[in-house]
Design a binder for this molecule. Structure first.
Ligand code: AHG
Ligand code: MN
Ligand code: MN
Length: 351
């Protein structure tokens, strides 16, 4: 017997019922994100056909200037989200500063932070890419009043205060995965393009632990890592005297894809600091924190190597952080290796 068909709209309404004081605004915000995801998905899946690939600078069949997909995705997110009166501002990887709500639109009490297209270097080679989003309630502490434009204080909040977070993965199918936090669980919806609906396909996702023995990291940077980080990966490989071993290595180079595999199969994804990027590469507000909320809500963990990602209060909109995310047992193991004092970790890293 096929399980009942549940659209994301129906699911959001059902979830809203379990939060008696929930305003419909939050649900409407999630609908709009799902709409933006459908539009971006169509463009991503057409990319190879209408020359939207890369920065060719040529005009496409409609005579429009060809724009990079991440510029397109940025525009779709802003245009889909700026007019419905739910937001006081937005933050995007593609914009240096806070994106204000145009004066002609009502101002709401939520903040949307997003990476409109993650993994964009993979667009031209047809590797899965994604959109990552994070939603906070604005900080109404007297300084910023209702109906006033969003401020930095509304944006620079720790991840544990997120009211929702999730991602869209544009892969062999387009999936939207979101959580409203540990109580709400993590749910995945697969787009049926023939009816333009996201249908519930993965109810209450739990990250496997014990996990699949998979580690995911860009080993090209091995020589730039700390000795502790090198020993951790040596453990996964069972080399240089580290017992471990028996792990598979998987690295796609598209965070959403590497994270999605880790969430469904278990394992650990790492983007460590290195001698060239001492704070790592990934951004707190619209990459690490939203994925950390999803992972923790699915029973996993997310750390910067010594503390929970969700406790980090970023100093700036584009602050970076090291990221160790996945099955709790492997993130705990990573922290144990990383906190070894230098002398017991062996000689310093080559740099
Ligand atoms: P973005 O395309 O949004 O800039 O993100 C790219 C990120 C992330 O998707 C991925 O995990 C990481 O870059 C890969 O970096 P390396 O090429 O250094 O491994
Ligand atoms: Mn990204
Ligand atoms: Mn991006």
């Amino acid at each position: 017997m096929r399980s009942k068909v549940v659209t994301i709209d129906r699911h959001i309404i059902d979830q809203e019922r379990s939060y008696p004081d929930a305003s419909g605004r939050f649900s409407a915000l999630l609908y709009d994100i799902a709409l933006a995801a459908k539009i971006i998905s169509r463009e991503v899946n057409m990319a190879g056909l209408i020359d939207v690939l890369g920065l060719t600078g040529e005009t496409n069949v409609q005579g429009e200037r060809v724009r990079k997909l991440d510029a397109f995705s940025q525009e779709v997110m802003v245009k889909a989200m700026d007019h419905a009166g739910h937001l006081c501002c937005m933050v995007s990887e593609e914009c240096e500063d806070i994106i204000p709500i145009p004066e002609r639109f009502d101002i709401g009490n939520y903040v949307l932070l997003f990476d409109p297209l993650d993994g964009s270097s993979n667009i031209d080679v047809n590797v899965s890419i994604g959109t990552i989003f994070s939603i906070h309630h604005r900080v109404l502490d007297g300084r910023s009043k209702r109906n006033s434009p969003g401020t930095m204080a509304d944006c620079l909040q720790p991840g544990f205060r997120q009211v929702a977070a999730g991602y869209v993965i544009y892969g062999s199918s387009t999936m939207l995965v979101y959580t409203t936090g540990v109580q709400g669980g993590v749910h995945g919806f697969t787009l049926d393009p023939s009816i333009g609906e996201f249908l519930l396909s993965h109810r209450n996702i739990r990250i496997p632990d014990p996990p699949a023995k998979v580690y995911s990291v860009n080993e090209a940077y091995y020589a730039r890592w700390s000795r502790q980080q090198q020993r951790l990966v040596d453990h996964f490989k069972g080399v240089n005297g580290e017992r471990g071993g028996g792990y598979k290595s998987r690295y796609i180079g598209s965070l959403v894809s590497d994270f999605h595999r880790t969430l469904l199969q278990g394992g650990i994804f790492m983007y460590p600091p290195d001698s060239k990027a001492p704070r790592g590469k990934l951004r707190v507000l619209y990459e690490a924190a939203p994925l950390a909320l999803v992972c923790e809500a699915a029973g996993g963990r997310a750390s910067n190597g010594s503390r929970d990602i969700l406790d980090i209060v970023p100093g700036g909109l584009h602050d970076r952080t090291p990221l160790f995310v996945g099955s709790a047992s492997l993130v705990n193991l990573a922290e144990q290796y990383l906190e070894l004092p230098d002398e017991s970790a062996g000689q310093g890293s080559e740099s």
